[in-house]
Design a binder for this molecule. Structure first.
Ligand code: ZN
Length: 511
């Protein structure tokens, strides 16, 4: 199957050919660990988790590297505010990030390098850049704490790298203007667009020895040095959010090529922004959600499913409504899978946790769906298309479950169940025990419906009792009226010959 990927560098979807046949190296810029990660991060890392899962399923040997930025201005500032040292702050937030990723079923990358454990590699790369005339050293504007030595800053000389800005498409003039708008003028820099490779130590900051005195790395150099160490001077794919194209990724390209003349990343993948209720997510607007804020209210499988419903290149809008809709759809699938498991119990063996279809021949709609699922992922990782590929088999499963004993239905149930398990491994949704997820989603929906301290639950119980009485009295008109009132409160009634049960109404929102 041909793999096609949109490359930010060439601005087109290209046939992707790895540098080494059968192997793909992938570097994704990680988080700066000074706070909890937000849902925008969840979008990026869930997507690249699907990328690595899909590439492995296509038979590639994948080496996936995702770094942690564990020294940076924001970390230093936050540690100072908290009166804790930077190391304890970053250790806590690395652990929190891992918890968030595991909740979202993101598999661990092969390597998760830290800046603080790669200082020698970073220093060596800066030395190469300086030696090749692409960077210059200037004395620090801060007095050295050690009177015998002066600390220095090292700046990348943008003017000496004519190809600078190729990824973002910015010209050297744009860079001059942009840079002078944003930062205060620094007379020590040859051009205001020049950026720091090494920052001279300021009092009280984490610092390391270097040929330029005490200091710490600038932000961009870490990814150049760590990708080179773990993937080599040339590698296949580099990714991150769109916000990283400029300056971070333009700077990475300039540094890496200036240091070693290599090709650096061949393909560049960038995700569109996640907006909240159609606005940019920001703390000042009060619409900033951490992953854990969202997971306190919605099931992780619903969040993961939601994040896969929009193609990664496009912007995606996050809202409670969209999460409720994702919850309803995920619940619908898991309920069918739970029912399928009940029908198949004892009839279909399982192997390595994956259901093995053994009942009859595979129905063609399952074969077609699997082909479409894999093709969608090979076509620039189109997760919405991959999810859509499952809808027809799911409908067939629903129909077959109504009459499991009818001819051919057991085959459909068995094979759609196996397809869901395969899709689950590729996409990271629908691969859990269905009955458990159904129970968790309904419990979460109950808690959203009846938050602590609300008196809705008492109202609902009174209406349920009244309705049970109306049914005993065979007053069907009254029973229907009460069903309507319960629906208004977000409660759905399910009547069967064994009596009535209720559950939170997961409303259909849009299509
Ligand atoms: Zn990076």
């Amino acid at each position: 199957m041909q793999l096609r990927i949109y490359n930010t560098l060439t601005k087109q979807k290209e046939l992707f050919e790895p540098r080494i046949e059968g192997a793909i190296s992938l570097y994704v810029c990680g988080v700066t660990v000074y706070d909890y990660s937000h849902v925008g991060h969840a979008r990026v890392y869930v997507f690249f988790d699907v990328v690595q899962r899909a590439l492995r399923a296509m038979g590639y040997h994948v080496r996936y590297v995702r770094n942690f930025t564990d020294v940076d201005d924001k970390i230093i500032r936050r540690a100072l505010e908290n009166r804790e040292d930077c190391g304890s702050l970053t250790t806590r937030f690395i652990a929190a990030f891992h918890d968030d990723m595991r909740a979202l079923d993101c598999e661990d990358p092969d390597v998760e390098p830290l800046v603080t454990t790669h200082i020698p590699e970073i220093v060596e790369m800066i030395e190469q850049i300086v030696a090749r005339g692409h960077a210059y050293v200037v004395p620090s504007e801060y007095a050295s704490t050690d009177s015998t030595a002066t600390n220095h800053d090292v700046y990348f000389d943008v003017a000496r790298f004519p190809a600078y800005g190729a990824l973002s498409g910015r010209s050297q003039d744009d860079n001059q203007d942009g840079a002078s708008d944003r930062v205060s003028h620094d007379a020590r820099k040859r051009s205001q667009a020049d950026f720091a490779l090494w920052k001279a130590a300021k009092p009280g900051e984490p610092q390391w020895d270097s040929p330029w005195g005490k200091g710490r790395p600038g932000w961009h150099i870490e990814c150049s040095a760590m990708s080179c160490k773990h993937l080599g001077q040339d590698f296949d794919l580099h990714g991150g959010g769109k916000d990283l194209i400029f300056p971070h990724h333009d700077n990475e390209i300039a540094q890496s090529k200036a240091a070693n003349g290599g090709g650096f990343a061949h393909g560049w993948m960038h995700l569109g922004f996640l907006t909240i209720d159609s606005e940019k997510m920001s703390k000042s607007l009060g619409n900033f959600f951490t992953i854990r804020d969202v997971l306190a209210r919605f099931h992780p499988q619903a969040l993961r499913f939601f994040l896969l419903t929009t193609h990664y290149l496009h912007p995606q809008n996050f809202s409670d409504k969209a999460l409720e809709e994702a919850t309803r759809r995920v619940l619908g699938v898991y309920e069918k899978l739970a029912a399928a498991d009940a029908v198949l119990a004892g009839r279909q063996p399982t192997g390595n946790g994956v259901l093995v279809p053994t009942i009859g021949e595979e129905p063609s709609l399952v074969t077609e769906s699997r082909r479409e699922l894999l093709e969608a992922l090979a076509d620039d990782f189109s997760t919405p298309r991959a999810l859509a590929a499952l809808s027809e088999p799911m409908n067939a499963l629903g129909a077959a479950l109504l009459k499991p004993k009818a001819a051919g239905n057991l085959e459909i149930i068995s094979h759609v169940r196996a397809l869901a398990a395969q899709a689950g491994q590729l996409l990271g949704v629908f691969q859990h025990d269905p009955a458990t997820i159904v129970a968790q989603i309904l419990e979460g929906a109950r808690q959203r419906l009846f938050p602590q301290g609300s008196d809705t639950l008492e109202q609902v119980e009174a209406l349920l009792q009244a309705r049970a009485q109306a049914r005993l009295d065979k007053d069907w008109g009254r029973a229907d009226e009460l069903r309507g009132q319960l629906a208004q409160l977000g409660v759905e009634i399910r009547d069967s010959k064994d009596g009535s049960t209720w559950r939170p109404l997961l409303a259909e929102v849009g299509a």
